[in-house]
Design a protein around this ligand. Structure first.
Ligand code: ZN
Length: 133
């Protein structure tokens, strides 16, 4: 793994939280994006070499809405950049990690993403991401 790519934060109201985090960082998000396939609306802030992603669920069935219902707003996942997603998934499977989607999905911010189940990573939802061409 190369670096922490971003930290994902689950929020109830993206508009309200965009205002809050714009004040916190002293600048607005560099993009907002709806990812229908993941059931989320997102915004991204640049913070030095890293990013912060805010995620709002699009419906009651969204994983983000369910997360907030059970745990409240807060840190949802940590994303790590990798060069070769397929090789990294293979390596982590051999190490015993539980991969949630072996077939990479198109995530926000032009990335291919794979998630690891929090039960194999001390309760932390881990996202692996590789830049899409
Ligand atoms: Zn993410």
């Amino acid at each position: 793994m190369k670096k922490i790519e971003h930290i994902g934060i689950a929020v109830k109201d993206l508009k309200v939280s965009n205002t809050c985090f714009s004040s916190l960082f002293g600048k607005p998000p560099y993009k907002t994006e709806t990812v229908e396939s993941e059931g989320v609306r997102t915004s991204f802030f640049e913070v030095g070499p890293h990013k912060v992603e805010l995620l709002e669920g699009l419906s009651a069935e969204s994983p983000i809405t369910k997360f907030i219902a059970s745990k409240g707003e807060g840190i949802h996942h940590i994303a790590f950049a990798v060069d070769d997603l397929a090789a990294e998934v293979q390596r982590l499977k051999e190490e015993g990690f539980v991969v949630l989607n072996e077939q990479p999905r198109k995530g926000a911010d032009n990335k291919w993403v794979v998630f690891l189940h929090p039960k194999s990573t001390n309760g932390v939802l881990v996202e692996l991401c590789q830049d899409a061409e």
